[in-house]
Design a protein around this ligand. Structure first.
Ligand SMILES: [Zn+2]
Length: 314
């Protein structure tokens, strides 16, 4: 896989965040292993929350990164099979497995550890209540992308934005972490069209065809330029036991929102340079995407400073 060279920026000093604000409460209701067509297996975590009725997701690379809320006992009489069906297991499922709370060698099936969970926190405990070795250390910096759903860019091949490309490249980047074994998380938030929803986004596209830029179109429809809220994403990362984040983004507002001391720290930003800027044959090439990127840089302060051959606005 080809990845544009990156220039990491270390130790970002984000604006002070009000930690008195209460984070949304999230609950991972199901998790499943997904073999992928072009990389390592991922573990898809599906979340409910107390703020909206949408199904937000965490696409997790690395079996050892697991939701805490998933492992809490959901009912007093929950069986080991029920736990496996919800995805509250460690290691892998295989035909005939009947115990969720144990960890076996994926290759030899040898029993490595009997697992115990704190019923309140869902934290995995070793038999001696000391730190276990099968769970990702929350202090390790973890590569994270917080991605907002974009039906047009990800599914309908739209060249009005580069969301599909950014999503794919985040997956490629995380796949190549840890010597190709893949380690990291893409949080997938269902906030279509910068949070205004698909129908309003389609109206905004018509206003763009009538001459407005992406910010003006949102304002003409009486929406904020960017209505996205990343607080559910923060809650999901905390639930996954992640504390230090290497964030794949160009968006300074996202960095400020994700920095949430003392629970979550952005320790590094990894820029996402559009493929089309470095390769004339790859990426999204259209006058629409040029305008979209220009507005992000000029009006939204995105940290992209190498615009190559951006079309001048008319
Ligand atoms: Zn998009």
């Amino acid at each position: 896989m080809t990845i544009t060279p990156i220039k990491p920026e270390n130790h970002i000093n984000a604006a002070t965040t009000d930690t008195n604000n209460k984070l949304p409460i999230v609950d991972c209701v199901a998790r499943a292993r997904i073999p992928t067509t072009n990389g390592p297996e991922i573990f898809l975590h599906l979340y409910k929350n107390n703020q909206d009725d949408k199904e937000h997701l965490a696409i997790v690379f690395g079996e050892d990164i697991r939701s805490r809320s998933l492992f809490k006992r959901k009912t007093p009489d929950e069986s080991q099979k029920d736990r496996m069906i919800r995805g509250a297991y460690c290691g892998k499922l295989y035909p005939g497995r009947n115990i969720a709370d144990e960890y076996r060698d994926p290759k030899t099936n040898e029993l490595l550890e009997k697992l115990y969970f704190d019923k309140e926190s869902g934290e995995l405990l070793s038999p001696s209540n000391t730190t276990n070795t099968t769970t990702w250390d929350s202090q390790n910096p973890t590569v994270v992308r917080i991605h907002s759903e974009c039906y047009t860019g990800e599914t309908a091949w739209s060249a009005r934005c580069d969301c599909g490309e950014q999503f794919d490249r985040a997956g490629e980047y995380i796949t190549n972490v840890n010597g190709g074994n893949g380690h990291g998380v893409i949080v997938y938030l269902r906030q279509e069209g910068r949070g205004i929803g698909l129908s309003e986004k389609l109206k905004a596209y018509n206003l763009q065809d009538l001459g407005a830029d992406t910010v003006q179109a949102n304002l003409l429809l009486k929406h904020p330029a960017d209505a996205r809220d990343f607080s559910i994403g923060i809650s999901i990362l905390v639930d996954l036991g992640i504390h230090n984040v290497k964030l794949l983004t160009n968006n300074p507002d996202k960095i400020n929102q994700v920095e949430y001391p003392p629970l979550l720290h952005v320790v590094q930003r990894i820029p996402m340079i559009p493929l089309s800027w470095t390769n004339s044959e790859k990426g999204v090439h259209s006058k629409e995407v040029d305008g979209y990127l220009r507005t992000k840089i000029v009006k939204m302060g995105h940290l992209l400073n190498e615009p190559i051959k951006l079309h001048e606005p008319k």
